[in-house]
Design a protein around this ligand. Structure first.
Ligand code: KG4
Ligand code: ZN
Length: 460
């Protein structure tokens, strides 16, 4: 997996707790902020979906509680997977030396400061102190050079746990800490390749998505895409739907956004109306697939149209002159449609795949049309699709197909591997690396355990 030591080689330990995934990753980074490259040493993600499912959405205080409970075990696993977990007890020392070491380390370095940092997270504090008593700081050489953490946007109760945890680690290990933007993380997710399991790699340049090929392990690092500017990123997640223009690295201008619900939120709400589970995106997508395969495999479409039950949902703002979106009306249309069908006695569970299909078509139509318009207007060389909704197969295929057909030559189309489309700490580390490299070139280095504000509404 290693590609050898490179210029600017550094290791970043990153933490993500903005919503209902607790994640810690360790990346080896090189190339500088204009040509960032990453080796993923570990990327441990624990989803809390099973806990929030019964409430039909993420409950912020439950998320906070779960992050507190899980951060230390996940950190331990991430360090272990990257070969950096060293238990004091397992060193090749004689018994007396072990005792001395244990006594020294029991007085965890900066423990008073750590207690202050984690004053609002007592359960986490206890685990952190135990961890620091038992495990050594990552080694000076080849260890962690920087810690990074998502400071927003997201659910503030959840963000604070990650931020305070990161500050505590930074303080104990005396390693600098840099806050990261979750949305920027989603954009950087397209530069992450899961080079541990090459055979399953779905390298995401348009040609290959249409004609998938098996990757050669030695080639994978060379395949990490280069972003050429100007670039447009469509960030579609549970909380955001934004079209972002990038004229250079770390330069973001929002040129379009949702005026009400985010795309992922609309998928979640529509799924709930249809009695499907949470999160709604994958559920809607699965139901839609059922109907799509029926359309392809049988003549049922004709039959159903004959039954005068053609389901049509609106495509809000599809023809508006700007790059903005609105998804709340689409969700309400699903609500009225199901209510009317139920009132008139025409409702049947068999309609769910058809409604899900039409909902997905409507959402994808709008996202594709606005994206293409933005690409055309700004003479773009790279298009980036990212955020949780970028896992949607139909959306991936449709944007890819249209851009590939229109701009086959010299155009980059990038989207994350499915593993990195949802929230994960690896993308946070990737974004942090670029920001760190940029700061470093300006001689402004991050500090140890700086005060860091979690900001639920942080934007670019
Ligand atoms: O980026 P993300 O993991 O978390 C936020 O930052 O919000 O995005 C989560 C959103 C959820 O609304 C979820 O329903 C949606 O991404 N999502 C999908 C799919 N997989 C996840 N939406 C449509 N189709 C999918 N396959
Ligand atoms: Zn996200």
């Amino acid at each position: 997996m290693s590609v050898g030591r490179q210029v600017n080689n550094m290791k970043i330990l990153s933490i993500e707790t903005s919503c209902d995934e607790t994640s810690v990753a360790i990346l080896e980074c090189f190339g500088g902020f204009k040509n960032p490259r990453f080796n993923i040493l570990s990327n441990v993600v624990l989803s809390q979906i099973d806990i929030h499912k019964e409430f039909g959405g993420v409950v912020p205080n439950l998320a906070r509680r779960e992050h507190q409970k899980n951060l230390v075990p996940i950190l331990t696993q991430a360090l272990n997977e990257s070969g950096m977990l060293k238990n004091y007890k397992f060193q090749n020392l004689n018994k007396s030396k072990i005792l001395t070491l244990r006594v020294i380390t029991r007085r965890v370095k900066n423990s008073k400061k750590i207690q202050k940092i984690l004053i609002r997270e007592p359960e986490l504090l206890e685990q952190v102190l135990k961890f620091l008593e038992n495990y050594e700081k990552p080694p000076r050489r080849g260890g962690v050079d920087l810690i990074s953490v998502t400071r927003g946007p997201g659910l503030e109760p959840a963000l604070w746990v990650g931020v305070n945890f990161a500050r505590a680690l930074s303080c104990a290990w005396e390693i600098p800490l840099l806050g990261a933007n979750h949305l920027e993380g989603h954009i950087y997710s397209v530069l992450l390749l899961q080079n541990r399991v090459i055979s399953k790699s779905k390298f995401l340049i348009s040609k290959q998505i249409l004609n998938p090929q098996t990757e050669d392990k030695s080639q994978i690092q060379n395949k990490i895409p280069k972003i050429q500017f100007p670039a447009i990123a469509l960030v579609v997640s549970g909380g955001h739907t934004e079209i972002v223009l990038m004229n250079k690295w770390l330069d973001y201008k929002i040129i379009g956004q949702t005026l009400d619900d985010a795309a992922g939120e609309a998928f979640d709400k529509a799924a709930r109306i249809l009695g499907l589970g949470y999160p709604g995106g994958p559920e809607i997508s699965r139901e839609a697939e059922k109907w799509k395969s029926q359309i392809i495999n049988s003549k049922q479409i004709q039959n159903s149209n004959n039954q005068n039950q053609k389901i049509v949902l609106p495509r809000p703002m599809i023809n508006s002159k700007d790059f903005n979106f609105s998804f709340s009306g689409l969700k309400t249309a699903v609500l009225y449609l199901t209510q009317n069908l139920k009132k008139s006695g025409k409702w049947s569970e068999n309609l769910i795949p058809r409604i899900a299909y039409e909902f997905q078509e409507a959402a994808v139509d709008v996202l594709v049309k606005k994206s293409l318009k933005a690409v055309e207007k700004h003479n773009v060389k790279t298009f980036i699709l990212c955020g949780g909704v970028s896992a949607n197969k139909e959306l991936r295929y449709r944007i890819c197909d249209i851009l590939y057909k229109k701009y086959a030559k010299g155009f980059n189309f990038l989207m994350p591997e499915l593993e990195f489309s949802g929230d994960n700490a690896a993308m946070i580390g990737a974004a942090a690396y670029s920001n760190y490299s940029n700061l470093k070139s300006k001689n402004k280095l991050p500090k140890i355990a700086p005060f860091l504000n979690a900001d639920g509404n942080l934007n670019f």
